[in-house]
Every structure is written in structure tokens, then in C-alpha cells.
Design a protein around this ligand. Structure first.
Ligand code: NAP
Length: 283
């Protein structure tokens, strides 16, 4: 029940449209017996500075940050975690008595999902897409001690820049190339873990896939898609038919959310219940 003691957690982004975080996090907070609520707070770009000030004014516990504000919020914060500094992006702001601290739980959330599925985080990694999600996931994988990473993007420069960024930050060998059938075949045949970090195949464009031939991928490689709606993208369906281990975007969504609540409350959230909520929403 909401009363005068209820504390607020938010998510800021624009547009917020179909975010599943409020329903997932409110169920978790309820199960944890905490008098907190989690609300979507859509913010127009012109108001982002004022929205961050409002975290202090309303004494919010914290806010998740999503597209397009993960980078821009950094200049308004008092402190940054090691992951946020390394990724140069923030997906969580914690309010500690008016001091705003930026964190990034996306990459660790992805790695936690791999560990949960007993995937050995090593060897050669192929990431499709070189946007914000690829940066967080790529950085987290690089710090786990993988051997080599290749980024493929339709924009060659973006792929090269991200590869340079991760190489500089972590020392891991990284390559950035334009995405096409030839580069995919070249990098795909040696990859141990392949991660789709593009939105290709996401609802409602469910007949799309970043690539239409994965026959060269060796078994037993692991094929991951950050997309969680649909639960099985066209790419993952191809992977399953080819005999690969497949992982969708649900584990990352759930674990980054669980890490958010852990950072804000210092308590362990009910991961299985959070997963059930997400699966119920997208099934
Ligand atoms: P983003 O910043 O738009 O980056 C996507 C990148 O992929 C862009 O550079 C895009 O190029 C490129 N791209 C698009 N289609 C491609 C293709 N067919 N082949 C190669 N590159 C392609 O998006 P993002 O924020 O990184 O998010 C990417 C995906 O991850 C989204 O589907 C998002 O929902 C998902 N995600 C999931 C979670 C989770 O918790 N499961 C968390 C974060 C993100 P252009 O810009 O030129 O189109």
C-alpha cells in the first residue's frame, strides 16, 4: 500500500513505451516486503538536466536510465562506478543523501545470464551491432578474460571505433568490420560465443534477422540474442535448428534489474519471480 513512507524508484528514457522494468521491479519489491514503488518517468531531451535535479528534490532512491540518456546523464552526476567509467555509460543512478552515483549493470547482467546457463566465458567472441548494448556487453566480456572479440556493424566506422575503445580499455584483441555475409562467415566460423546486439528481429519485425546463413558456425558455439520479445527470434530459431546452445535477452534483462535492486537496497532480489513476470508478459 502506498503511504507517506513509500520510497520511489524510477526509470527515465524517451520514449519509454514498452519497458517491462516497472512490472518486473514492482513485483520484486513487493516480494521483498519493501515499501518502495518503481515508476516510468518519461523525460523529453530538453528536460534531462531538470529531471536529474528532481532525483534530489523528490529524494528518489534512484532511477534506471535508458535510451537515449545513458551517456548524457554522466556529466550531471557526482560519482561513477568502475563499470560506468569503463563503458562511458550509466543505466542506474543511485541517490545517496543527495549524492548521485552512476552505475552500469547491463554488462554484468549479461555475464550473469551466461554463468547461469553454465556457459564458459572465454575464447573468441563475435558481437553483431556496435551500439550501446554491444559496448556494455563487449566490455564486460573483455574483462572476463575472453581471448578475442570481433564487432560487426552495418556502419563500419562504428564497429572500428567500438573495437578500438574496448581494446584501449581492456587490452583484449578486438576487430571492427562492416557486417556482411563474408565478414560474418569469417568471424562466425571461429566464434565460441555469438551475440546479437542489433534490434534486427525485435517485435514487430519478427521476420528479420541480422544474418540469414549460420551454417558455418561451429558446434558447440553459444548463440545469444539480447532481444527478449519475441523470446525466440528468427536468429535463435536458426541457431536451435543448427544444434547450437541458444540464450535470449531475458536473462540479461532480469539480472541487470536484479543488480539494480541490489545496489539500491543492499538486499538480494527474487530473480526467479522477476523472470516469471517477464516471461508472462512476452509469452
Ligand atoms: P543501438 O544503440 O541502436 O545499436 C544497435 C547497432 O546495431 C546500431 O549501430 C545499428 O546500426 C546496428 N545494426 C542494426 N541492424 C544491424 C544489422 N542487421 N547488422 C549489423 N548491425 C546492425 O541499440 P542498443 O541500445 O545497443 O540495443 C540493441 C538491442 O539490444 C536492442 O534490441 C535492445 O532492445 C537490446 N537490449 C536488450 C537488453 C536486455 O536487457 N535484454 C538491454 C539492452 C539492449 P544503425 O544505427 O545504423 O541502425
Amino acid at each position: 500500500m502506498i503511504n507517506s513512507k513509500t520510497r520511489l524508484i524510477g526509470i527515465i528514457g524517451y520514449p519509454l513505451g514498452h519497458t517491462l522494468s516497472p512490472i518486473m521491479q514492482n513485483k520484486a519489491l513487493q516480494e521483498m516486503g519493501l515499501n518502495y514503488i518503481y515508476v516510468p518517468l518519461e523525460v523529453k531531451p530538453v528536460d534531462i538536466k531538470k529531471a536529474i535535479e528532481a532525483i534530489r528534490i523528490y529524494d528518489l532512491m534512484g532511477v534506471n536510465v535508458t535510451i537515449p540518456y545513458k551517456e548524457i546523464v554522466m556529466e550531471h552526476l557526482d560519482e561513477l562506478s568502475a563499470e560506468a567509467i569503463a563503458c562511458e555509460a550509466v543505466n542506474l543512478i543511485k541517490n545517496e543523501d543527495g549524492r548521485l552515483i552512476g552505475y552500469n549493470t547491463d554488462g554484468k547482467g549479461f555475464v550473469a545470464g551466461l554463468e547461469e546457463a553454465d556457459v564458459d566465458v572465454s575464447g573468441q567472441i563475435l558481437l553483431l551491432g556496435a551500439g550501446g548494448a554491444a559496448r556494455a556487453v563487449g566490455h564486460a566480456l573483455a574483462t572476463e578474460g575472453v581471448q578475442e572479440m570481433t564487432f560487426l556493424d552495418i556502419d563500419r566506422l562504428k564497429a572500428e571505433n567500438l573495437a578500438d575503445f574496448i581494446r584501449r580499455k581492456t587490452g583484449v584483441s578486438c576487430y571492427g568490420l562492416e557486417m556482411n555475409r563474408e565478414t560474418f562467415a569469417l568471424a562466425g566460423k571461429n566464434a565460441d560465443i555469438i551475440v546479437n546486439c542489433t534490434p534486427s528481429g525485435m517485435y514487430p519485425e519478427i521476420n528479420n534477422s541480422p544474418i540469414d546463413d549460420i551454417s558455418m558456425i561451429k558446434k558447440p558455439a553459444v548463440l545469444c540474442d539480447l532481444i527478449y520479445n519475441p523470446l525466440q527470434t528468427k536468429l535463435l530459431a536458426m541457431g536451435r535448428a543448427h544444434g547450437l546452445k541458444i540464450i535470449n535477452g531475458v536473462p540479461m534483462l532480469v539480472h541487470q534489474g536484479a543488480l539494480t535492486l541490489e545496489i539500491l537496497t543492499n538486499l538480494k532480489p527474487p530473480i526467479d519471480i522477476m523472470r516469471e513476470v517477464v516471461l508472462h508478459q512476452v509469452r
